[in-house]
Design a protein around this ligand. Structure first.
Ligand code: SF4
Ligand code: SF4
Ligand code: SF4
Ligand code: FES
Length: 984
């Protein structure tokens, strides 16, 4: 620790601690406008001036040093602070009482008060620019912009979308999108970082405008009149009394604006944030304290909440009558569910029923659903959609290192010297994780290798982009392993100490020579060798992968090959290393963790382990079935075979998102009884006998587990819409109708039960998860968690990892003369999955209104089509009609279709072939014929989609350009400002 004297008091500082952080941490204050701890020093505002050893310096850009004498209050420092802030006020009109940002957290307001500013020396000056309203979610008001550059820093170096800059050389600087475009036509991805960090009202969520304040919904003309009145009294009264009025108005807001913490309902990154609401109106999403995301979000988490108050939410149970549904009471609906499930169980046995949990539901809800299946019905026929994406990765990790989850945290991905991304469109599927990799790559010299069929954003940024033939990742990964072992580049010490099975593994690599890999993958020997050397040279390597790997007929083996490669190079057990299968849905990890799997009780405890069963039987006071149940894929087969008669499905759009969806829908038609629990009347509901209205994430409490095994609490932001019920209550009530005696009154009671039966969650409790606290499993009874796994041993009895040999078989569906094109599929940034939630946000619909098929420029030319041409794609399993989008993201005869469509779902084309180990469908192995139709429409992606923008990369806000302006002078009369430490 260092000793620093601040205004006569000696404080202990950490090495490298910024003075501003030291001052804030110890409860003192110094004004600061542009500084934000998650952005670091931006150095544009100069309001944080302090005296350091007699010279003026910026507290936000000066590191503490032993023996340093600092004064934040000396007359020299105070004069400089006021002078700097006066310049800021010349860019901003203080009309706080009628401002939607008057919520107690406006930095400009608070600094005016802190510095006791009564009058401005430099008068406010408007800027010659219009307000920009062209983005559906937020607007920019140049007149209120203080040019602090926080937004630029966030966009350039945190989000790394590189849209924003400030034209410092212009007589009237402002924030620019793509160097001068409208926001709507820029590369802005509407992630909201800039809006979140803006310290005033220059950038604001449109949902706040006219809604947050008591007077702010007044007509513009009336507002302007009031602003004039305020300005008119200022010369006489000063700002003090004006601020008092605005503070009274803010105090009134406190009574009607609620701020509630929740966890994002979309992807597996696990972003958490406060949701500001006024009655049922969502004012804004405010990210700041989330352990996974801090200030970061993507468009879905920040703005994609239109589904919550959508007019077509289900608000009453529906019972089928012939071809129609009629509204029913909860009593009637629950009675019918219980009666029909009992009848079918009595007639055809417990195993003629099946249950599918939702990866959008909470851990507690998944736990209850599998308990209902096992303890009340008596079947292990329970599964969740991790079968469709994550199970192969889980198997790969179970085989090699012992736990089926990410081996570390997002912070490890940030720290790595080398990140390898295989089959993951990370920037669109896991946007906030992508920001961390992009930032480390841009600013900290991290190296990036991407293997993908498409040249997506991460591929464009990569130091090395590999484009192997479809489904051949296992080959080049194994060839890299062999090359490393053959050339003594493997980590021998690590292998000797921590890994079993080297000899057998080495033998299994025999076929994977560089030459064979080149022949089979299409990658050059040179590039495979380069990968090997980059791994060997990097101190720490992380490998991230997703559905491009797992949704292949060898998804489990390729995942295993990834982990094998990490093991031979010693890339486990240390920060900045490890295996990261990126989980898709927000709680797909938790759904499996909590036992919605046909072979595992909660915490991956096997159903055929008598010891485990005994524990659950005692806890639940029942006898449990001991044989593995059916997984999702087998359930569909069993319905077709007439063995499965009834299904209870929660929150999954199976008739659209299951592979070979025509076949799946045909199965649903054969069910004797089908319960669907959802928040909308989904396509799958059309096959139901009864539909139960559940509640979305904002309307319930519980926990979600993100990709980094992070368990986080969500709180009830809004009461459930009248007529709906949180899903845990519905499951509880169904169980009780079936004769159970479940008394859960709150999800915390369910978690107590989970912790008591599941060693992996022994120390998880709602108290330990309160607010923004989180735990990364496994969690011992005393609450110790493991952000980084395997720091002491691998999760096998002898503590050693296991190399697991794999061989290459080939893909299930190869192009031929008739089906001559390879069709790949996956997510899009703006929509989640089929889009049932995201299409209900108008702005998202505007930016991305429909699905499409990406066609390479060379194929488009060959087939005579352009963006907007309608085509019919025909596979061996079905056909869809869709518009083409010509793009160089894809090459040659490879097509790509995003999955955001209910009308033309890509899964009408995909097959029922699966990875034999997990039964995960080989979604990515589809061959199609493309018939070009005569019709040509608009391009399926409008000009306002961010893809068409032109980013302007630079290193942050580039404050040095401001300092070079002729009208810039250092505050404090230019009195020897010492640049003790600059930004980067
Ligand atoms: S991408 Fe758009 S919303 Fe995100 S920080 Fe940049 S300008 Fe703001
Ligand atoms: S728009 Fe950007 S530069 Fe202007 S005040 Fe907001 S964060 Fe600062
Ligand atoms: S969708 Fe994913 S990245 Fe986007 S805000 Fe939600 S959790 Fe974060
Ligand atoms: S806080 Fe703005 S320069 Fe330090």
């Amino acid at each position: 620790m260092l000793k620093v004297d601040i205004d006569g008091i000696t404080l202990e500082a950490q090495p490298d601690e910024l003075l501003i952080d030291l001052i804030n941490r110890t409860g003192r204050s110094v004004p600061h406008v542009c500084y934000h701890p998650q952005l670091g020093p931006v150095q544009t505002c100069d309001t944080c001036m302090v005296e350091v050893n007699g010279h003026l310096a910026r507290a936000c850009a000066t590191a503490a040093a032993d023996g340093m004498k600092v004064s934040a209050k000396s007359s020299k420092a105070a004069a400089a602070q006021v002078e700097a802030f006066d310049r800021i006020l010349s860019n901003h009109m203080l009309y706080c009482t009628v401002c939607d940002n008057n919520n107690g957290n406006c930095t400009v307001h608070n600094t005016t008060k802190l510095l006791a500013i009564e009058h401005q020396r430099i008068p406010f000056r408007t800027k010659p620019y219009e307000v920009d309203n062209t983005n559906p979610f937020y607007r920019y008001d140049p007149d209120q912009c203080i040019l602090c550059g926080r937004c630029v820093e966030a966009c350039q170096n945190v989000e790394v979308n590189e849209t924003l800059s400030i034209n410092w050389e212009d007589p009237n600087p402002r924030v620019l999108w793509d160097g001068g475009s409208t926001i709507g036509e820029s590369s802005c991805v509407s992630c909201g970082h800039c809006v979140t960090v803006c310290p005033c009202n220059a950038l604001m969520e449109k949902t706040m405008l006219g809604h947050a304040g008591f007077l702010t919904s007044l007509k513009k003309s009336a507002l302007s009149g009031m602003i004039e009145v305020v300005k008119g009294v200022e010369p006489e009264t000063g700002y003090g009394s004006i601020l008092q009025v605005s503070e009274a108005e803010h105090a009134m807001r406190e009574h009607r604006i609620r701020k509630t913490k929740t966890v994002c309902t979309y992807c597996g990154v696990g972003c958490s944030f406060d949701v500001w609401t006024k009655d049922r109106h969502i004012l804004k999403v405010a990210p700041e304290h989330g352990p996974a995301n801090g200030i970061s979000t993507c468009v879905k988490g920040k703005f994609g909440w239109g589904h919550i108050n959508s007019e077509d939410r289900l608000t009453t149970p529906l019972i089928r009558e012939g071809d129609k549904f009629r509204a029913a009471s909860w009593a009637e609906a629950l009675g019918l569910v219980a009666r029909r499930l009992s009848e079918i169980k009595n007639k055809d046995g417990a195993d003629s029923l099946a249950f599918i949990s939702s990866s959008k539901c909470t851990n507690e809800e998944s736990y209850l659903l599998q308990k209902l299946a096992r303890a009340i019905i008596g079947t292990n026929n329970v599964d969740n959609c991790s079968r469709y994406c994550q199970s192969p990765a889980t198997v790969g990790l179970f085989r090699t290192v012992g736990y089926g989850g990410d081996s570390g945290s997002i912070s490890d991905m940030e720290k790595a010297d080398l990140v390898i991304i295989v089959g993951s469109n990370t920037a669109e599927s896991h946007p906030v994780i992508a920001t961390r990799v992009k930032s480390s790559h841009k600013l900290d010299g991290q190296k990036l290798i991407v293997s993908d069929l498409r040249e997506n954003e991460m591929a464009r940024r990569a130091d090395l982009f590999l484009h192997p033939r479809p489904g051949t990742d296992l080959i080049w990964l194994s060839a890299v392993s062999r090359y490393l072992l053959d050339n003594r580049l493997a980590h021998t010490r690590f292998l000797d100490q921590w890994v079993n099975g080297l000899d057998e593994y080495r033998r299994s690599l025999e076929p994977f020579t560089l030459e064979a890999a080149e022949r089979l993958t299409g990658l050059s020997v040179r590039s495979i060798r380069t990968v090997a050397h980059m791994i060997a040279e990097a101190k720490n390597t992380c490998i991230l992968w997703a559905m491009g790997v797992t949704q292949q007929s060898q998804g489990s083996d390729t995942s295993t090959a990834i982990s094998n490669l990490l093991l031979i190079t010693g890339n486990y057990m240390r920060p900045g290393t490890g295996a990261y299968p990126l989980r898709g849905h927000n709680n797909v990890q938790g759904a499996s963790d909590h036992g919605s799997m046909p072979n595992m009780l909660p915490g991956y405890q096997s159903v055929d382990d008598p010891e485990v069963r005994r524990r659950f039987e005692t806890g639940w006071n029942v006898k449990l079935p001991s044989t593995k149940g059916l997984d999702n894929h087998e359930m569909v087969e069993a319905i077709h075979e007439g063995k499965l008669k009834a299904m209870y499905l929660i929150g999954e759009e199976m008739s659209i998102v299951d592979s070979n969806s025509n076949y799946v829908a045909a199965a649903f038609e054969k069910l004797d009884f089908f319960v669907v629990q959802d928040i909308f009347f989904s396509n799958t509901c059309r096959y139901a006998d009864i539909v139960l209205p559940g509640a979305p994430s904002l309307e319930k409490e519980g926990t979600f587990t993100s990709t980094e095994r992070r368990v986080q609490r969500l709180y009830e932001v809004l009461e459930p819409l009248a007529g709906c019920q949180p899903d845990w209550k519905i499951i509880r009530d169904v169980a009780n109708k079936l004769g159970a005696d479940w008394n859960y009154q709150h999800p915390s009671e369910i978690m107590v039960e989970i912790a008591s039966l599941t060693p992996m969650f022994a120390g998880v409790s709602y108290e330990r998860l309160s607010g923004y606290k989180s735990l990364q499993w496994p969690v011992t009874a005393d609450g110790t968690d493991e952000p980084l796994l395997y720091t002491k041993r691998f999760a096998f009895p002898d503590g050693k990892a296991r190399l697991f040999p794999v061989s290459w078989i080939g893909s299930s569906d190869q192009p031929n003369a008739e089906f001559d094109l390879h069709l790949n599929n996956g997510r899009l940034l703006e929509h989640f999955h089929e889009g049932n939630l995201t299409y209900r946000t108008e702005g998202i619909r505007q930016k991305t209104p429909d699905t499409f098929v990406e066609v390479s420029p060379e194929l488009a030319e060959e087939r005579g089509l352009q963006s907007g041409t309608w085509v019919q794609l025909i596979s061996r399993y079905g056909k869809v009609r869709v518009r083409a989008l010509v793009t160089d993201r894809v090459q040659g005869k490879e097509l790509y279709m995003p999955m955001n469509s209910v009308e033309s779902p890509v899964n009408r084309l995909t097959s029922s072939h699966t990875d034999p180990v997990t039964n995960t469908p080989a979604y990515k192995e589809t061959s199609v014929h493309m018939k070009v139709l005569a019709e040509v429409g608009e391009s399926p992606l409008p000009r306002i989609n961010s893809r068409f923008g032109r980013p302007t990369p630079q290193n942050g806000v580039e404050v040095e350009r401001k300092w070079k302006r002729a009208d810039y002078a250092q505050p404090g009369n230019g009195n020897g400002l010492v640049q003790l430490q600059t930004n980067k």
